[in-house]
Design a protein around this ligand. Structure first.
Ligand SMILES: NC(=O)c1ccc[n+]([C@@H]2O[C@H](COP(=O)([O-])OP(=O)(O)OC[C@H]3O[C@@H](n4cnc5c(N)ncnc54)[C@H](OP(=O)(O)O)[C@@H]3O)[C@@H](O)[C@H]2O)c1
Length: 260
C-alpha cells in the first residue's frame, strides 16, 4: 500500500542490497522517503541486487542512491555519511540493519573472526550512530536497530547473538543520551527469516528443520515494525526492543512437532 507518511524524510538503511534491509528500504520508499542504500562487497551479486532495488525505488519517483561502504571501517563510514550529506543534506531515519558473522561456537572463533564479529556488529553500528548525529540532530531523527532472538536465547552456532545483546543495551543507553537531542532510538528483534544468511544458518542448526512454516517471519513483517518505530505513532516509545517473531520465543513449553 502506498502512502506519503514519510514524504520529505531521508533514510539510510545499512546492508540494504538484499534480505531484510531491502524490504525496509522498499517500504520506506513506497511511503514517500528518499533512501540511501548500502552494501559491503563490491562487484558481486549483492551489488547487482542493490542496483536492481535502486532502479525500482527511483522508478517510484524517490531520490535514492547506492553506496558501497563497510561499516566496520571508520573511514568508510565517514565517507558514507559525507556522501549522504552531499546528496541529501539531511538524514531523518537511520536503520542499523547490516550484520555479518560466522556461524560457529564462540570458543572456536579465530582471532580474525572475533574481530570481525565485534567490528561489524558492534563498532560498525556505533560508528554509524556517531557519524549520523550531526544530521539526525537537525530535525529530531529516529534510529532503529535490527536485532535477533540470539540477543536473549542460546544457539551454539550464533555468536552474533552476543553482539545483538550488546546493541540492545546500546539502544537503551542512546535512547537516553540522544533523547535530549530529540532523537528516538529503538530496536526490532526479528524471529527467523528465510534470507541468504538463513541458508547458511540452517547448515549449522539441524533442529531448525522441525520448525513449522507458520513460525518463519517474512522480511515485510520486520519492515512494518520498523515503519511503526519510524513514524509518529511510536512517539511515546524510547529505548525499547519490539519482538517480531510470530510468537516463536513464547513457545518454551510447546516444542515444535516433528514434520511428517
Ligand atoms: N535472517 C534472519 O533470520 C534474521 C532474523 C532476525 C534478525 N536478523 C537481522 O536482520 C539484519 C539483516 O539480516 P539478513 O538476513 O537480511 O542479512 P543478509 O541477507 O545476510 O544481508 C546482509 C546485508 O548486510 C550487508 N553487510 C554485511 N556486512 C556489512 C558491512 N560490514 N558493511 C555494510 N554492509 C554490510 C550485506 O552486504 P554484502 O552482501 O555486500 O555483504 C547485505 O546487504 C541483520 O542485522 C540480521 O542479524 C536476521
Amino acid at each position: 500500500m502506498q502512502s506519503n507518511a514519510f514524504e520529505g524524510k531521508v533514510a539510510l538503511i545499512t546492508g540494504s542490497s538484499r534480505g531484510i534491509g531491502s524490504a525496509i528500504a522498499r517500504k520506506l520508499a513506497l511511503s514517500g522517503a528518499d533512501v540511501a542504500l548500502n552494501f559491503r562487497k563490491a562487484g558481486g551479486s549483492s551489488q547487482a541486487q542493490g542496483e536492481k532495488l535502486l532502479k525500482e525505488i527511483t522508478e517510484m519517483g524517490r531520490r535514492s542512491f547506492l553506496i558501497q561502504a563497510d561499516i566496520s571501517q571508520k573511514e568508510s563510514v565517514k565517507k558514507l555519511f559525507d556522501e549522504i550529506n552531499e546528496k541529501f543534506g539531511q538524514l531523518d531515519l537511520l536503520i542499523l540493519n547490516a550484520a555479518k558473522a560466522p556461524f560457529k561456537p564462540i570458543e572456536k572463533l579465530l582471532e580474525r573472526e572475533l574481530r570481525q564479529l565485534v567490528e561489524t556488529n558492534y563498532l560498525g553500528n556505533i560508528f554509524c550512530i556517531q557519524q549520523a548525529l550531526p544530521l539526525l540532530k537537525k530535525n529530531g531523527g529516529k534510529v532503529v536497530f535490527i536485532s535477533s532472538l540470539g540477543s536473549r536465547f542460546y544457539n551454539p552456532s550464533y555468536p552474533l547473538g552476543n553482539m545483538k545483546a550488546a546493541m540492545e543495551s546500546v539502544v537503551r543507553d542512546c535512547a537516553e543520551s540522544l533523547g535530549e537531542e530529540n532523537i528516538s532510538v529503538n530496536a526490532v528483534c526479528g524471529g527467523i527469516v528465510k534470507t541468504d544468511s538463513f541458508k547458511v544458518l540452517r547448515l549449522y542448526w539441524e533442529e531448525i528443520s522441525l520448525m513449522p512454516d507458520e513460525l518463519f517471519v517474512e522480511p515485510d513483517e520486520i519492515a512494518d515494525a520498523v515503519m511503526f518505530l519510524c513514524g509518529e505513532a511510536s512517539r511515546g516509545i524510547r529505548g525499547q526492543t519490539i519482538v517480531v517473531d510470530r510468537g516463536f520465543s513464547n513457545r518454551l513449553y510447546r516444542p515444535a512437532e516433528k514434520k511428517k
